[in-house]
Design a protein around this ligand. Structure first.
Ligand code: GLA
Length: 395
């Protein structure tokens, strides 16, 4: 273990006993290359785990206390709870993402016989669309599996963590974030089927391009309620399409554009036609993008990224002025193969593919264009596709 992080952890926690039993977990963030707002409609998405994320030092305890300290929220200090009282409490702040996983595991009958101390240090911007919360959840999940041998697979932990986020934290997210963080593979994007949870790994020709994440540096506004509204709209569209077909539609992504056109009346009346259209066209774009990536047809991949952004702006209405300006800045910049918003939207980040060698010039130009448009300096992170959450071997 990195001695610095061990010392930081031990001193932040104060009286940590059994520090010699400490172990370390790396849990990445994720960026989605294409396929947004269709994971909860059973769609295909193409994310990758990042070589940035959350490092956790975990020290098993002998009593039933759970304690956490995050270097990213030092003002909260050490947050504590008890294994026998893990109910949601907003004053726990970031620690709720750990407690939610513990609480959900206990609720499902998993045996967690003693508590632990967990020290976190993350290097992904919080609330920026790179899934810092799912990264913390999966760090907790890996720690629980390591300490208690609960026998869950990475995919099962991802599902448990997603359920924790839905029911404990109260955000109606889909499975994409937790599953990409659980299943990531270095050098690969993940073609993820959000219905079957199957993951196909598509090699990323990283010798040809760099993945550049750009943050709008614009705080997300009412993102959770807007997200939940979109989910409701999609659910309404699914129901309407079921009535139209005369049989249940399980997943809106399975509907065709022709069927949508035939049901335009009721979809329009309910105000959900454009949300349904995005869902159906985005699914087709992900299929085409995975094919393009396999064929190393980057120009095509880039065009699909742009079409995806347009659809998220015009049909799904989740981009907003800042993300639109950031994407437009990239589209106008030489060396940019493709650019689009990524994740939930409403602020947050864009993802950009940049031709090898053009990174510095492109970053400077995108920053200047974006700042000109909205008066805010963006922030950039060059990222690589990395492995999913794992234990860091001791050395
Ligand atoms: C958030 C959610 C995901 C997914 C994306 C949009 O990141 O957590 O489940 O819905 O938004 O694609």
């Amino acid at each position: 273990m990195d001695e610095m992080i061990r010392i930081a952890a031990i001193s932040a926690m104060g009286d940590t006993d059994h520090a010699d039993r400490a172990f370390e977990v790396m849990s990445p963030g994720r960026v989605n290359l294409i396929g947004d707002h269709i994971d909860y409609s059973g769609g295909l998405v193409l994310p990758m785990a990042l070589d940035r994320g959350t490092r956790a030092v975990v020290v098993p305890r002998t009593d039933r206390t759970l304690r956490g300290f995050s270097a990213n929220f030092p003002s909260l200090g050490v947050v504590a709870a008890d294994l026998d009282r893990t109910e949601y409490d907003p004053s726990h702040g970031w620690f709720s993402y750990v407690l939610g996983v513990v609480h959900t595991a206990l609720e499902r009958g998993h045996d967690i016989p003693h508590g632990f101390d967990i020290y976190l240090d993350g290097n992904i911007p919080k609330g920026g669309g790179l899934s810092s919360s799912a990264s913390v959840e999966m760090a907790a999940a890996m720690a629980l599996e390591h300490m208690f041998d609960l026998g869950l697979t990475a995919t099962q932990w991802a599902v448990l963590a997603k359920d924790a986020e839905n029911k404990y934290v109260g955000v109606a997210c889909g499975i994409m974030d937790q599953l990409s963080i659980a299943r990531g593979r270095a050098g690969h994007a993940i073609l993820m089927d959000c219905e079957s949870l199957d993951c196909d790994f598509v090699p990323m020709p990283v010798q040809d391009f760099s993945v550049l994440v750009a943050s709008t540096n614009y705080p997300r506004q009412l993102a959770d309620s807007a997200y939940n509204d979109r989910r409701l709209a999609v659910e309404t569209a699914r129901r309407i399409m079921g009535e139209h077909r005369g049989e249940t539609v399980t997943h809106l992504v399975d509907v065709t554009l022709e069927e949508l056109a035939a049901a335009a009346g009721p979809l329009d009346e309910a105000g959900v036609a454009s949300f349904a259209r995005h869902t159906v066209t985005e699914q087709a774009r992900v299929e085409a993008a995975a094919e393009a990536l396999r064929a190393r047809d980057l120009a095509r991949f880039g065009r699909l990224m742009r079409e995806s952004h347009d659809s998220l702006r015009d049909d799904f209405q989740v981009t907003g002025r800042h993300l639109d300006a950031l994407a437009a800045a990239a589209w106008a910049t030489p060396g940019v193969i493709g650019a689009r918003m990524t994740g939930a939207g409403f602020g947050g980040c864009s993802v950009n593919l940049i031709a090898k060698g053009a990174e510095d010039a492109a970053t400077t130009e995108i920053a200047a264009r974006y700042e000109d448009a909205v008066g805010i300096r963006p922030e950039f992170f060059l990222v690589n596709p990395a492995d999913g959450a794992h234990l860091i071997p001791d050395h």
